[in-house]
Design a protein around this ligand. Structure first.
Ligand code: MG
Ligand code: MG
Length: 259
């Protein structure tokens, strides 16, 4: 587990803000009728204008800038001809590389009018992310983050994906330690100041079981009920986590009363 210097954190912050702004740019175009490849094109152009390059494109052979995962798709959906329709939810996950370091952030958007029970899943998943972030303090353990997320979402009857987890970030997209969204308080690796991690709850409305689609990438729920995903990058600090990425730009685009 590698702790980052303040100079490295400054570069990670630039990346985090670039992916945050990229997701907000994409948010402007999310509506029924838009294709997922169009969203991907918008993100790629924007990232490059911002002085970064796509972080996911070519990563283990992933073909695109964004992971776009609709409804029962949890993560790693490949953009293509599919068109968003009214009532969908769509997880957009974006990575960047700038000055040799990575950015990585995700947000699950609504498309038109979404069923109330699905809106509830999105709201609670987003809230669980911030509960996890509250635990990213030096001296706490990874299990404190994990259990904060798990206990909260399970209290609403939702389930936590086990096979996919948050992670450290730096010169590599996925660094140690893993940050599971399930676990026990007081267990796991001790958090130290300067550790930079991505916390990313992936929470299902139904069963926690997942399957991989035939495209070799897309992960979906086994029962085909919807799944939500939100991700931010934080620095472990002594008193309170420092959040490097932000949903502020997205929320400005969405306006009040929208998730
Ligand atoms: Mg991500
Ligand atoms: Mg990530």
């Amino acid at each position: 587990m590698e702790l980052k210097s303040e100079d490295e954190i400054a570069i990670l912050r630039e990346n985090a803000l670039i992916v945050s702004r990229t997701l907000a740019e994409v948010a402007k175009y999310i509506e029924p009728g838009v294709s997922t490849s169009e969203l991907d094109r918008i993100a790629e152009e924007f990232l490059i204008e911002e002085g970064a390059i796509p972080g996911f494109k070519g990563y283990n052979g992933f073909p695109n800038t964004l992971c776009v995962s609709i409804n029962e798709e949890i993560v790693h959906g490949i953009p293509g001809e599919r068109v968003l329709k009214n009532g969908d939810i769509v997880s957009i996950d974006c990575g960047s590389i700038r000055k040799g370091y990575y950015g990585d952030s995700a947000y699950t958007f609504t498309v038109g009018d979404v069923a109330p029970e699905v809106l509830g899943l999105l709201k609670k998943t987003k809230e669980s992310l911030f509960l996890g972030i509250e635990m990213a303090i030096a001296g706490k353990r990874v299990g404190d983050i994990s259990s904060a997320v798990q206990d909260f979402v399970e209290s609403f009857g939702y389930s936590v994906v086990r096979e996919l987890v948050g992670h450290g970030i730096g010169r590599h997209l996925h660094e140690k330690p893993d940050i599971p969204n399930y676990g026990r308080q007081g267990q796991g690796v001790k958090l130290q100041e300067g550790l930079v991690i991505c916390i990313e709850p992936m929470i299902n409305l139904g069963t926690k079981s997942i399957l991989q689609a035939n495209d070799g990438w897309t992960i979906r729920t086994a029962d085909r009920l919807p799944s939500a995903h939100f991700e931010l990058t934080v620095v472990v600090r002594k008193e309170k986590a420092e959040i490097l990425s932000t949903f502020k730009y997205i929320e400005e685009v969405l306006g009040p009363n929208k998730i």
